[in-house]
Design a protein around this ligand. Structure first.
Ligand SMILES: [Zn+2]
Length: 428
């Protein structure tokens, strides 16, 4: 009896301690609103610098109130929020940008360029320090910027959010315990609202048809924001086609025909300032093949190509779970993208420098490392040379995957595991 009583008394204490050690109490540090820090990231191939623009208070923090400090360590950049009085890190996120990709192009060696960016975190109750770090060639984060944010500062803009019609495509529950994906209409004219809503519903099914999104459908909310454009379609500079569209999306990013992106982040963020979101997807009204995806930043995809379902899920793999490209035979604009002497941060690529930190536990003992790309090993998890735009020195988890080509419907085992971890991270 005594033993049982002791167990009952101890158990809740252990649990409470375990939870308090692992997590911060959201309400100690943050309100339920969202803080937005706008800046320009500008420079050349050697260095990008942060130039502050504005600070803003927006109505909804849609992210988890438990997953505050990043535990994954992905991204070419990260930002951290520190309590100013104690120095304690109370929020952090890794992310990727178009700016950093541009740095690895030939253009960056002969010119300078600026990119609009914003960082988001729950609105702080007290003064905080915000730092931005970028990854160096050795893969380590080095500081590039630090500032103090005072929530009482009257220069923090408290504008009424822009109002757009918002359609619920998939509704499962509260934003903080669900993954909130938001589609924005790009290149749809005023008369094409119905088409956009139907396209967004189709995109939702394209995502939810693929594992592990499929088994976790009930953990997602998907909304569609109706942001009509002056003209339909998008820019195709290589063919002298220019369209006046809401978010200025364009093919031929870094002069790669299929690479569809937008750098008009200010317009995008303003359009969703009143909407709870975790990940933004710009849906482009075009039948051309293409898209782009950036970790914790943005997904862009056309709605009308036969391969759209596959492109969308591939780009979302980058944006949502930090997955790297497993292909090594397509044209890209990058030069020296990976340092083969260090382990890449992407969960589905390895240089074998620190393979134990990746999917080693998913590889059966009977599988040779590296694993030959032969029919014998077609469906197994192994370590296959080729990935990350290189045929030598970088290895992928399976011979094929949604992150490699438009053949397979599904992700490889390592990619699935990373997506599952991201879903769990958002829905705690
Ligand atoms: Zn994969």
């Amino acid at each position: 009896m005594k033993l049982i009583l002791r167990f009952i008394l101890l158990f809740p204490l252990i649990l409470v301690n375990g939870v308090s050690r692992a997590q911060l109490d959201f309400s100690d540090y943050f309100t339920g609103e969202r803080f937005r820090y706008d800046f320009v990231l500008a420079g050349n191939f050697e260095e990008l610098r942060v130039y502050p623009l504005s600070q803003k208070r927006e109505p909804h923090w849609a992210g988890s109130k438990k997953s505050l400090v990043d535990t994954m360590g992905y991204g070419t950049y990260r930002y951290r929020v520190m309590d100013d009085s104690t120095g304690k890190v109370i929020f952090s996120r890794g992310f990727c940008t178009l700016a950093q990709e541009w740095q690895t192009t030939a253009e960056a060696k002969r010119s300078e360029k600026a990119f609009y960016q914003a960082l988001f975190f729950p609105f702080p109750k007290q003064k905080v320090r915000l730092s931005v770090d970028s990854r160096n060639w050795q893969g380590e984060f080095v500081p590039v910027f630090e500032t103090v944010v005072d929530p009482a500062d009257y220069f923090i803009i408290r504008d009424k959010p822009e109002e757009y019609e918002v359609f619920t495509v998939l509704g499962n529950g509260l934003p903080d315990t669900h993954v909130d994906l938001v589609f924005l209409a790009e290149g749809y004219t005023a008369g094409e609202k119905e088409k956009f809503v139907m396209d967004a519903a189709r995109m939702c099914e394209n995502i939810m048809n693929v594992s592990p999104f499929r088994e976790n459908r009930d953990k997602f909310n998907i909304q569609a924001v109706w942001t009509p454009s002056q003209e339909g379609g998008t820019d195709i500079p290589g063919e002298n086609i220019y369209r006046n569209t809401r978010f200025n999306s364009t093919f031929y990013t870094f002069d790669v025909a299929r690479y569809l992106t937008t750098s008009d982040m200010r317009t995008i963020y303003d359009a969703v300032s009143g909407v709870p979101w975790d990940h933004l997807l710009v849906l482009v009204n075009s039948e051309r093949y293409g898209g782009g995806g950036f970790y914790n930043f943005l997904t862009v995809c056309t709605a009308g190509h036969a391969l759209t379902p596959k492109v969308l899920v591939h780009e979302l793999g980058h944006a949502f779970a930090g997955l790297g490209d497993e292909y090594y035979d397509s044209e890209v604009a990058y030069e020296n993208y990976y340092n083969l002497a260090v382990e890449p941060w992407e969960p589905n690529l390895t240089t074998l420098v620190d393979f134990a930190s990746k999917w080693k536990h998913l590889v059966p003992d009977s599988i040779p490392v590296p694993t030959p790309r032969t029919p014998e090993y077609l469906t197994v998890t192994g370590v296959f040379e080729g990935g990350g735009y290189l045929s030598k020195g970088i290895f992928s988890p399976m011979q094929n995957c949604r992150m490699k080509s438009n053949g397979p419907e599904e992700f490889c085992s390592a990619c699935k595991r990373a997506i599952l971890a991201a879903i769990e991270w958002h829905t705690r």
